[in-house]
Write a protein that binds this ligand. Structure first.
Ligand SMILES: Cc1cc2nc3c(=O)[nH]c(=O)nc-3n(C[C@H](O)[C@H](O)[C@H](O)COP(=O)(O)OP(=O)(O)OC[C@H]3O[C@@H](n4cnc5c(N)ncnc54)[C@H](O)[C@@H]3O)c2cc1C
Length: 490
């Protein structure tokens, strides 16, 4: 019976899997290549500013509550949540914006303003989104698919049709709404899933229930504070967390896992769970005969975008931004094309800006503002020093034009993070920020499996695996993989 486990990677998937395995009574070591825990949700502190390096939207709070519930704990034992009001602001043109707030009647008025009868249509759309979310949570997300027949059985097909799994998101939304702004508000979250409204299945209209109904919260201290909470929980369960421990190979014998190398050090275990980026483990850490998927497989996948990020510290206050601010350009298909069809740096991109110091005074020195700028871009672009500097200027000009705020005025800190940092810091394939896109054929059973097909005792979890991208999804994938390991131990 397997008793020892090595979990590789201390992002949300690794921290949560390690805690669950330790609770099962396994002796767990968690290895993280970076100096700090959190993975893509690490914190970066500089000159009195504390930046969330990656995720900043705390969505699906019930998933976090359920997770801590497995340990008879509550979210509030580890961090404090504050509901945002407004949830977010969206610019549609220079100077033209709408705020989405916790008041649903206000959201209906926004849709009424965009198009006649928009509010009523929103009621119908949301009712369906609520229903789909419930079915997805009850039947699709928290389950393992070990074969394609499990996915395509009669019951799943029946439920799947109700969930519009085979429909395309953009087409689906266009049946309810005509105005581009209404449609964009209901489709923008596809970028969270690393895909576009043209490529995502309409199942993901559940995302409107996730933000408009369930709400947008901020964990005080940022997502980095949440990761810290998960690390505390893991340590309480007895997990040994080691940072600065880059796994350089995964060892097996006769198809059975044996352990991992960290530089010259050989660590053995009868279970290894890899939560770093799947292609790196398969192509770089396993010998050829132990790989379930080769380079041809990974080349043929649709990757999620990479991201051009800027962490900016200002010595002044901003008035035109809310905690979360988005901009959707009039013809955003142009931007999506530069990500998925003909890769190039987008010229008038959609962008996202988060200013967490609007809610969290600790995030910036007094009188200052903590600004995070995100532009989704194609993976694999040429990310040179010159290109970065030039593109940063371009993006900042563009943001000034749309929002009326120049983020270069009284700037104290500016750091750029893009493709080559994703590769160096997380071993990300092609510098993708978010793993594989959620197209229909990269959803559920079509994502790479939670277990190696060649090496017994080697498992995978995290954003490459079902259910996929996003912090709540990685927690669900950990529950699935921990359940599979538990079954194998009985
Ligand atoms: C800029 C950005 C914004 C995002 N915004 C949101 C958001 O607002 N809300 C949301 O829910 N999600 C968001 N996401 C997605 C979310 O962050 C990810 O889906 C999630 O954090 C992935 O967690 P993970 O544990 O699977 O992977 P990771 O966080 O990447 O963790 C994997 C860990 O493994 C380590 N590792 C890799 N290889 C090795 C090795 N060989 N040896 C040792 N360690 C190794 C890495 O260093 C890393 O720490 C965002 C992502 C990014 C990049």
């Amino acid at each position: 019976m397997p008793k020892t486990a090595i979990v590789v990677g201390a992002g949300f998937a690794g921290l949560s899997t390690a805690a669950l395995l330790a609770k099962q009574g396994m002796q767990v070591t968690l290895l993280e290549k970076n100096e700090t825990i959190g993975g893509r949700a690490r914190l970066w502190k500089h000159a009195g500013f504390t930046f969330d390096m990656g995720p900043s939207w705390y969505l699906m709070p019930e998933v976090f509550e359920r997770f801590f519930g497995h340990f008879d704990r509550k979210v509030s034992d580890y961090y404090h949540l504050s509901e945002l009001d407004p949830y977010y602001r969206v610019f549609f043109n220079p100077g033209e914006f709408a705020d989405i707030t916790p008041d649903y009647q206000n959201t209906k008025r926004v849709f009424d303003y965009f198009e006649p009868g928009g509010g009523e249509q929103l009621d119908t759309y949301m009712e369906l989104a609520r229903y789909k979310y419930k079915v997805a949570m009850d039947q699709f997300l928290y389950r393992e698919y070990s074969s394609i027949f499990q996915f395509f059985n009669r019951k799943m097909m029946r439920e799947g049709l109700k969930l519009n799994v085979l429909d395309q998101m953009d087409r689906f939304v266009s049946r309810y709404f005509k105005d581009r702004r209404s449609k964009q508000l209901l489709e923008y979250a596809m970028v969270f899933l690393g895909t576009s409204p043209q490529k995502a299945p309409a199942l993901y209209s559940i995302m409107s229930h996730v933000d408009i109904d369930l709400g947008v919260h901020y964990p005080m201290g940022g997502l980095g504070a949440v990761a810290k909470g998960f690390a505390s929980l893991a340590r309480e369960q007895g997990v040994n967390i080691r940072t600065n421990a880059d796994v350089t190979s995964i060892r097996s014998k006769n198809g059975q896992i044996e352990g991992v190398m960290v530089g010259d050090e050989y660590l053995t275990a009868d279970t290894v769970v890899y939560t770093g980026d799947y292609p790196y483990a398969e192509m770089e850490l396993l010998d050829k005969s132990s790989r379930s998927f080769g380079s041809r497989y990974w080349r043929s996948r649709t990757l999620s975008p990479s991201m051009f990020l800027m962490y900016i510290g200002l010595d002044r206050k901003l008035s035109n931004f809310k905690h979360h601010t988005l901009y959707f350009e009039e013809d955003w298909t142009r931007h999506f094309k530069t990500i998925f069809d003909s890769p190039e740096w987008p010229l008038d991109p959609c962008f996202y800006v988060s200013v967490i110091s609007k809610t969290d005074p600790q995030a910036a020195p007094e009188g200052g503002e903590n600004v995070f700028v995100l532009v989704p871009v194609a993976p694999g672009l040429d990310d040179t020093d010159e290109k970065r500097e030039e593109y940063a200027e371009h993006v900042l000009d563009h943001i000034t034009r749309i929002t009326g705020e120049d983020l270069r005025v009284q700037q104290n800190v500016q750091r750029i993070f893009s493709h080559r940092d994703f590769k160096a810091d997380y071993h990300a394939y092609q510098g993708t920020a978010l793993s594989m896109a959620h197209t229909l054929f990269q959803t559920a059973v079509f994502r790479p499996p939670h277990h190696s097909k060649k090496v017994k005792g080697l498992y995978y979890t995290g954003h490459y695996t079902h259910p996929g991208v996003g912090v709540p999804m990685t927690l669900i994938s950990s529950e699935i993989v921990a359940g599979e390991i538990q079954k194998s131990r009985q």
